[in-house]
Design a protein around this ligand. Structure first.
Ligand code: ADP
Length: 438
């Protein structure tokens, strides 16, 4: 607005000056003609020539000089020109001179009469022009001021309206803390950027709430699992120390305490592994691991751990070359996953047997663990990978519920997948898929 107003004002001022200078020049020329052509230097005549003349300018004054600065004619005897030399110099060079002196617009021009040349200086006040300019100034200033105020008010109103959803979100977010992760920010009705931001933020809150909930239940479950064997150890020792016991009784109780301690160590080892694998995330393991070797080693270990386990292993026809079943991975973690699945299959089936089949499918190395055990209820299958989740039909069989979630984490870290299909009282089939190296 300011730039536009300044442009309007200066172009109008130029126009006024230009028009007035033209008027002044034609008036000066007519005065000069009248004076010089009639050879009659009569002020009264000149003044009379201006009276009632519509071309007469306000407060006009004229001065006619020879090029040697001799004054031939003046309408104002007290008129003094300090710039006379400059004017004569420029006029001689053939240029008209225009400039402003106080409120007067002044013109210097050359007038020729026959062979003679004269300098004509005219001055007048453009009262109407100045009045118009003053009015224009006031109008522009008022327009600028009014627009500024209306821009401010309208801008303030609309920006307030536009930013309201954001300030709503901000005040809602300020109320959200770890203890109130269930709160959500208003999503609004539209599908604009702010609505999308609020929806994304709510989704993030949902994920945070789930993961905080999982952490809470993980800690609660872990403490519970650790406390059970510790309470049992405590009870057994207290009973043992009530009176003197026979060597046989000491041996039996210590054997049972040892069992509890072993299960405690086993649980802590698994918890440490869960913590390690989940903090590592999907990693770029560099070691080349042959899956068949891992399975054979796991079979050896599990047979030592429980000789009643029957582990049969078969190789898929698809594997013609041992290179085809190599994966990039961590040997210890992969063996832990395989032993956990062998143990589960044997533990949850009355014949303590597992059938392992491995092979290659497209870019995947596949390992299938099949048993004819108690099976997993359908509604439990999707929860079974959560830490400490145990299905109802398995509560009589010892276990902590951490094994499958550890297997899942290990498989995820190897960019693989796990698939469980099961039928209650018929058996379970767990399939691992890991990306093949070649
Ligand atoms: P745990 O065996 O120590 O309870 P897991 O995490 O290994 O812990 O298994 C979680 C649950 O999944 C088990 O409690 C059991 O209910 C079920 N489950 C796992 N493997 C099998 C299986 N082969 N057959 C039947 N149920 C199984």
């Amino acid at each position: 607005m300011l730039i536009a107003s300044l442009a309007i004002y200066y172009s109008s001022a130029n126009l006024r000056r230009h028009d007035f200078n033209n008027l002044l020049k034609s008036r000066a020329e007519s005065v000069a003609r009248l004076v010089l052509d009639s050879y009659e230097y009569n002020t009264n005549l000149i003044l009379r020539s201006g009276t009632g003349n519509p071309a007469k300018l306000q407060d006009e004054k004229f001065l006619i000089l020879t090029l040697d600065k001799d004054i031939l004619y003046t309408t104002d005897k007290n008129w003094e020109f300090k710039e006379i030399n400059t004017i004569i110099g420029q006029v001689r060079a053939g240029k008209d001179v225009f400039y402003k002196h106080n409120s007067y617009d002044v013109l210097g021009t050359l007038h020729r009469t026959g062979l003679y040349e004269f300098v004509v200086i005219g001055a007048a006040i453009d009262k109407d022009g100045h009045l118009h300019m003053k009015k224009l100034r006031i109008v522009l200033m008022v327009v600028c001021l009014v627009s500024l105020i209306s821009f401010f008010v309208v801008g303030w109103f609309f920006s307030g309206r536009a930013l309201k959803p954001i300030s709503d979100i901000v005040s809602n977010v300020e109320d959200i803390s770890i203890t109130s992760l269930n709160l959500r920010v208003p999503e609004g009705v539209g599908n604009d950027e702010i609505g999308r931001l609020a929806k994304t933020f709510n989704k993030m809150l949902e994920r945070l709430e789930t993961s905080f909930g999982m952490q809470k239940s993980f800690i609660a479950n872990a403490s519970h699992e650790l406390r059970t064997p510790l309470t049992s150890i405590n009870g057994q020792i207290e009973v043992l120390m009530m009176k003197d016991r026979s060597t046989e009784e000491y041996r039996n109780t210590l054997g049972s305490v040892l069992e509890d301690i072993k299960s405690l160590i086993d649980l802590s080892n698994r918890l440490i592994l869960v913590a390690r694998t989940s903090s590592e995330g999907p990693s770029g393991y560099n070691n080349k691991i042959r899956i068949d070797e891992i399975i054979w080693q796991a079979q050896e270990e599990m047979k030592k751990f429980n000789p009643s386990y029957h582990i049969s292993i078969s190789l898929d026809n698809s594997v013609t070359d041992s290179e085809k079943i190599i994966v990039a991975g961590d040997e210890y973690l992969l063996k832990t996953a395989v032993t956990n699945l062998i143990e589960n299959a044997c533990k949850y089936s009355s014949d303590n047997s597992v059938f392992i089949k491995f092979g290659r499918e497209d870019k995947w190395v596949k390992v299938v663990f099949e048993d004819k055990g108690i099976g997993i209820p359908e509604e439990d299958i999707r929860k079974i990978l959560e830490p400490f989740y145990r299905s109802t039909n398995a509560v009589t069989i010892p276990g902590s519920g951490i094994g499958l979630s550890l297997v899942n984490q290990i498989v995820k870290n190897h960019n693989g997948s796990i698939d469980i299909t099961s039928k209650l009282s018929e058996g379970t089939r767990i399939t691992l898929q890991l990306p093949a190296l070649t």
